[in-house]
Design a protein around this ligand. Sequence first.
Ligand code: AMP
Length: 526
Amino acid sequence: MPDGGMPLARLVDAAAALAATRSRTTKTQVLAEVLRDLDPAEAEAAVGLLLGKLRQGSIGLGYRTVLAAKRSAGVRGAGDTPLTVADVDAVLDEIAGLAGSGSAGARSAALTALLERASAEEQDFLVRAFTGEVRTGALEGVLTDGLAKAVGLPVADVRRAVMLSGSLPGTVRLALTSPEALADVGLRVFTPVQPMLASTAATAEAALEVTGEASVEHKLDGARIQVHRDGDEVRVYTRSLADVTARVPEIVEATRALPVESVILDGETLMLDDDGAPRPFQDTMSRFGAGETREQVLAPRFFDVLHLDGEDLIDRPLRDRLATLERIAPAYRIDGEVTADPAVAERVSRDALAHGHEGVMVKAVDSLYAAGRRGKHWVKVKPVHTFDLVVIGVERGSGRRQGWLSNLHLGARDPEGEFGPAGGFVMVGKTFKGLTDELLRWQTETFPEFATDDTGWALTLRPEVVVEIAIDGVQRSSRYPGGVALRFARVKRYRVEGAPRQGAVPDVKPADEADTIQTLRAMLRD
Ligand code: AMP
């Protein structure tokens, strides 16, 4: 690259080329070429812009602020100095550093000044990047492939480094600096990794057919935790890798008492009654929010161990990891049994439900820990049908709900674009059931931030808010584009940062991990 680094226009062209093709090979090629031309020092900034996940994190640029800034900025005249990635990054640093009174105005001013220097195409690109209006999930996959191509390494090696370091932009930088160093990326205590995820089956028996011999475990309805310890220091992370250590002292104490030097544990936490029965999910969450109230204790329950005393265990079969867990933390293990017998699996499943749990997880005993992956090695079975869907619109309430944003439009993910654009969301139903006054208040305040259109009667929302919905089943529908509609849908909880009842450990789920239209359609056949 010439001095001054990569021109922003180069990223804009790449984004346009990506949008213009559905071919994964072409997308990979486009990204490989851009990455190859990056200086390692600007890699994180450039990747952040491409993915719409800024290096600076969330810096308080709301949708309205960005659009207002774009409106007040003119378009750069020909002949002005072109913007570079480094220029944009410097302004974002400046904005991130603003705090206190008057900072909102200063943010808008800095943003407007930046957009004034941009061409029309660059402005559109920046608006999308700043408002997070990029389909990050799918793009991260091709970017990983593109990086492998750019530096000439196997995709699996790059993917692994991303998962273990927990950072795609960081991996790009490392790979561009010294590709051979990627092989040495391992787990690091206090660097949380993307948790392994599960696919779904209707029954324990069906799950067992997928996994073969499996550890059939109770599936607890709490919040995922990843606990890291080195010596006396312990940190606790959520599913979205946020550090919540300060809010969960009992988990810290329990982990500190284990007979280990260093460890990384994967598990679930929930609140238990005096007699050991799980309390409803809402209670667990409000206890998190309550901070120091200690009468009701949050119990950690571990189901996996990824690292022990200097040694990574993720490439050992689950069977060995469970034996290690049994040795170091028997009191905190989740109940379960290793079996290949469907009758035993069904018995464990009934037992889980009798104990008030959600269902079971069925995990292939020979499988390795695949960080961040949803595969066939872990299969969840939840007899109570709940799905994580995305709010794609909301209607203004009438009558008793006058003045509130009430009836939710629910979308299921369509990764392959079977019913619309790939990676889009297909409407499958509406609901205002299960919404407490607190949730109504929250969504009425929050949803306008996500609005892209307002007909007066309803708002269209950017598909970002994941909501867990319980249903009695599904039915065929000629009204909805996916041919399937939810029956008796009701809201269980929101799975986004800042929603009520989420307290200190929000079990946040990004929209690109929401349940798919294909999963719902499969229920038509059950
Ligand atoms: P879901 O959020 O419905 O996709 O289900 C996966 C979640 O179940 C995990 O992220 C954990 O938070 C939770 N879970 C509860 N019990 C277990 C278990 N025994 N093994 C793995 N995950 C579990």
